[in-house]
Design a binder for this molecule. Structure first.
Ligand code: HEM
Ligand SMILES: [Cu+2]
Length: 488
């Protein structure tokens, strides 16, 4: 029974990873198309650029969340019993949402960006008709509902197993002096994500419903500033949580490869508690340019943005160094990816910390500096963790064997992704604005460098993806053999 349930989860995880890797490649192609256009190497109509930008942003964030969820389910199901139907329910709702979003963009000209900032969707509904805007907003809402169902289910499971979310965040050890180690890191991280992301999604759903009502009946209007708060609370938290789900595989892979368990000591638990709190507080760094926002809120946004990722990043990076130090770690695709992804995450946080400073933000926030920051931590952090996990999963459940091609692809991926991120940061430094289809001649050089790097990154991603699909052939057989072994 138990191993059957886990097998169904593995199948779900394999399916999600297949979808994730293919969509990643497609979205990367869209990314290169944008750069080719900005760099005047290929010309597409401006509206097409914004459609591509909308699908690239929505698709990338969505797929990072899907890949992260696959990681979370795979490891969490090692510790507690999970019902695979919930995982599939989220997957199906997500896919329906994605089809609606694609139809909105390419069938009905919706091109407002993934952040759907009110009242933009209402404006575009007036220009291009309500169908596109409504399809997009309902599609996102459906995605959000899928995730909420999944998080509420996981919350219920953790409460049952550990006696409360406080307990699964290790409060017994932090506040009540309980000795020993807290729940497994996978459980701690999942609890954090449940709390933060449910809050974020509820905020986002409120903003979505507001927009939908406004489009259906324009007499209902809403305070745009409140809508911006809700929208960015959602956007910030949802994007952030992708890494908090994906990082679970760093803990698991490094501890397995070194043969040293990654224990939740007190520092680890405290760090995750702080990050839970800070992640909820700091979205106001997206509103630093809005003079109507109370000053104290902006100060919270600034001060705690500095502090936000630091605790978890520090315990994770330090923990990763310590667990590997003088261990007999086997360096293969998975462990190297995890290690490099730690570097990508840390490197990506630096420009964010700079940007979260109010004075700098006024100059930098609408430049390509910001995409420079999040492409670093998402591309070389989250997505690298997902690719690393794909390899680990395949090696453990399928038939993946390391080859020279894999090593080559890893180097290509990191080298040229640094090129993309560097070209964005440089464009930010020379004041190229973000989200502009047309660039001035002095900016196009950085776009061209970015586009060329992007092509190499796509090549690496195609290698990862093809290798993953080929290795998956044996997933069923291997698990059968393994469960036979565990029976006998
Ligand atoms: C080959 C890799 C990639 C390339 C070439 C690429 C390129 C781009 C470009 C040119 C933009 C628009 C920048 C501007 O504002 O002018 C962009 C935006 C964005 N990208 Fe990427 N990207 C890549 C990978 C990724 C990855 C891996 C993620 C996340 C998992 C991601 C998430 C985003 C998001 C969220 C936006 C913001 C869209 C918006 O402003 O509404 N990208 N990307
Ligand atoms: Cu943010």
């Amino acid at each position: 029974m138990e191993s059957n349930a886990r097998n169904s989860i593995k199948k779900g995880v394999a399916l999600s990873l297949m979808i994730t890797s293919v969509v990643l490649v497609l979205m990367m192609i869209f990314g290169v198309i944008m750069l080719l256009n900005q760099g005047n190497m290929v010309k597409i109509p401006a509206q097409m650029f914004y459609k591509v930008m909308t699908i690239h942003g929505t698709g990338m964030i969505g797929i990072a969340a899907l890949g992260g969820s696959a990681i979370m389910w795979y490891y969490l199901s090692k510790y507690i019993h999970l019902n695979h139907k919930i995982f599939f329910a989220n997957l199906i709702l997500s896919l329906i949402g994605v089809v609606m979003i694609l139809t909105a963009i390419f069938g009905f000209n919706f091109s407002d960006g993934w952040t759907f900032l009110y009242p933009l969707p209402s404006f575009s509904a007036k220009i291009y008709g309500t169908t596109g805007a409504l399809l997009f907003l309902f599609g996102l809402l459906l995605l959000g509902v899928g995730y909420l169902v999944m998080y509420f289910y996981l919350a219920a499971r953790l409460i049952k197993e550990y006696g409360g979310l406080g307990k699964s965040l290790g409060w017994d050890y932090i506040f009540r002096g309980k000795k020993g180690y807290g729940p497994p890191p996978a459980v701690v991280a999942t609890t954090m994500v449940i709390i933060a992301n449910s809050t974020g999604i509820l905020a986002g759903a409120t903003a979505l419903v507001e927009s939908i009502i406004n489009i259906i009946n324009p007499n209902f209007t809403f305070n745009p500033m409140l809508a911006k708060h809700l929208t960015y609370a959602f956007g910030h938290i949802f994007a952030n949580c992708t890494i908090y789900m994906a990082v679970i595989t760093v803990y698991e892979v490094l501890s397995e490869y070194t043969g040293r368990p990654w224990k939740s000591n007190k520092a680890f638990l405290i760090a995750w508690n702080f990050s839970t709190l800070f992640t909820l507080m700091i979205y106001t760094h997206h509103l630093l340019m809005d003079f109507a926002v109370p000053r104290w809120m902006l100060i919270i946004g600034q001060v705690f943005s500095y502090a936000n990722e630091l605790p978890v990043m520090v315990v994770t990076a330090y923990g990763a160094l310590m667990i590997v130090f003088r261990s007999a770690v086997k360096w293969d695709f998975a462990s190297s990816m995890m290690f490099l992804a730690m570097f990508g995450w840390v490197a990506g946080a630096v420009p964010a910390i700079i940007d979260a400073t109010i004075v700098v933000n006024h100059v930098m926030h609408n430049t390509k500096w910001v995409p420079g920051h999040f492409h670093t931590y998402m591309g070389m952090g989250v997505v690298a963790m997902i690719f690393g996990f794909m390899y680990y999963f395949n090696k453990t459940e399928g038939s993946q064997r390391q080859t020279g091609l894999d090593k080559f692809a890893i180097s290509i991926y990191f080298f040229f992704f640094s090129g993309i991120a560097g070209s964005f940061l440089y464009a930010g430094k020379i004041s190229a604005p973000r989200r502009w289809a047309e660039h001035l001649p002095e900016w196009t050089g950085s776009d061209q460098v970015g586009a060329i790097c992007g092509i190499f990154v796509i090549v690496a991603a195609i290698i990862f993806t093809t290798r993953f699909f080929i290795g998956l052939k044996n997933v069923g057989k291997q698990t059968e053999q393994k469960s036979l072994k565990s029976v006998s």
